[in-house]
Design a protein around this ligand. Structure first.
Ligand SMILES: *[C@@H]1O[C@H](CO)[C@@H](O)[C@H](O)[C@H]1NC(C)=O
Ligand SMILES: *[C@@H]1O[C@H](CO)[C@@H](O)[C@H](O)[C@H]1NC(C)=O
Ligand SMILES: *[C@@H]1O[C@H](CO)[C@@H](O)[C@H](O)[C@H]1NC(C)=O
Ligand SMILES: *[C@@H]1O[C@H](CO)[C@@H](O)[C@H](O)[C@H]1NC(C)=O
Ligand SMILES: *[C@@H]1O[C@H](CO)[C@@H](O)[C@H](O)[C@H]1NC(C)=O
Length: 276
């Protein structure tokens, strides 16, 4: 086994509260030399310590970096680290239709938004596109979202482009309750070494968020976030990423699972660093 990996791994495991300085043993920490928790090497290593590796147990959940197994006595057991896959895999087709490259749309139905380009319809990707306007009743969205609002009704805000009425906003801002976003880098071992931060979205205690809402897309500084890697808790949900900036703009589209109504919400947050 690569000694560098072991050292790095033991450091991260044994000294979770230690900030590893630039002159520490781990000079070049990259995902390539972090142990793969499912590898033979890692299992051998755990076995040599008399403890199971992830492969020996059934994983019940993965949160950020940690894979957990449920033991017979009902307790959770951390069998190793897992690294979030940040890639958002692009679905290639929606049924018989390809996904569009852009976010423009001519038409909306129960499946979402569509665009007619090159003689064929393509499906607008909800994961990639943040839209606060979808065409309704045959009216198109204004090409320029800064078009002057001339009138407002239940369908949204209306403007005029090319002498035709167009919609400016049809998706309302989410205000069922308050959601606060924050971004934290804790100085403990692995998060700092791997330069991961966690984005936390906190809300009221008495909301079963996951049951009531579905997150349609999150764009972090215009990059889609892998929604599979969101973990829900009773007061907040969160995801880990290393793709952050000092000031982050988050755009979110969510849907009420019961009414199917879509909402948008935007957040700006800096990075809060906690060092131990
Ligand atoms: C790292 O080592 C260099 C050269 O030995 C030294 O100048 C520097 O102060 C050290 N940095 C830390 C954080 O210890
Ligand atoms: C760091 O590790 C990567 C992959 O293991 C390697 O390609 C790269 O050259 C290394 N960089 C340094 C400065 O050692
Ligand atoms: C992140 O999502 C991908 C699937 O898109 C999954 O394979 C991976 O295990 C997830 N990572 C974590 C840490 O949950
Ligand atoms: C849809 O929009 C594209 C440009 O985005 C345009 O070329 C096409 O003619 C439009 N189709 C309809 C049916 O409006
Ligand atoms: C959101 O932030 C505001 C201002 O900091 C605070 O007063 C409020 O309690 C927070 N709400 C939640 C649900 O965290």
């Amino acid at each position: 086994m690569k000694s560098q990996s072991i050292i790095a791994f033991i450091l991260a495991l044994a000294l979770p509260m230690t900030v590893v300085g630039e002159n520490s043993t781990v000079k070049n920490w990259s995902k390539d030399n972090v142990l793969d928790v499912d590898s033979d090497e890692y299992c051998e290593y755990r076995h040599s310590l008399g403890i199971p590796c992830c492969r020996d147990v059934e994983i019940v959940y993965i949160d950020g970096f940690t894979k957990y197994a449920l033991l017979e006595d009902g307790s959770y057991y951390a069998c190793g680290f897992a690294f979030p896959d940040e890639e958002v895999k692009e679905d290639e087709m929606f049924g018989d239709y390809p996904y569009c490259n852009g976010c423009e749309t001519n038409y909306t139905d129960k499946d979402g938004s569509w665009n007619f380009i090159d003689e064929t319809w393509c499906k607008v990707s909800e994961k990639k596109c943040f839209k606060i306007c979808e065409p309704i009743k045959g009216y198109q969205c204004c090409k320029d979202s800064s078009t002057e609002v001339i009138s407002k009704d239940n369908d949204g805000s209306w403007g005029i482009e090319n002498k035709k009425w167009c919609l400016i906003q049809t998706i309302p801002e989410f205000n069922d309750f308050e959601i606060n976003a924050s971004c934290t880098m804790d100085g403990s071992g692995i998060n700092k070494l791997l330069k991961y931060v966690q984005f936390i979205f906190s809300y009221e205690e008495n909301v079963n968020f996951e049951e009531k809402y579905e997150i349609v897309s999150i764009l972090l500084n215009d990059n889609p976030v892998n929604l599979d890697n969101i973990t829900y808790f009773s007061k907040y949900f969160r995801f880990y990423t290393s793709n952050y900036l000092e000031t982050n703009e988050i755009k979110m589209i969510l849907r009420d699972k019961t009414t199917k109504q879509k909402y948008y919400k935007t957040f700006i947050t800096g990075v809060y660093r906690m060092f131990f």
